[in-house]
Write a new protein. Structure first.
Length: 68
């Protein structure tokens, strides 16, 4: 995924409103998690941020709980 993959989707407020109006809470949570995960991955790959080992382990732990 490149750094511009979500750019157009969230930049234009009308498209964002259209995408969001029929979402329930669970779908919104999933979308938020996806968006934040993609941003962290993009920033990490561009060397803008570095995640500590404790953060990586916590992410893995939480993903395991979700996927059970």
């Amino acid at each position: 995924m490149n750094k511009w993959s979500n750019y157009g989707k969230w930049r234009h407020s009308e498209k964002r409103k259209e995408l969001m109006k029929n979402m329930n809470k669970e779908q919104a949570k999933e979308k938020l998690i996806e968006l934040l995960t993609n941003q962290v991955v993009d920033l990490t790959m561009m060397s803008k941020i570095e995640l500590g080992d404790d953060v990586i382990e916590e992410i893995k732990r939480l993903k395991n709980i979700i996927n059970e």
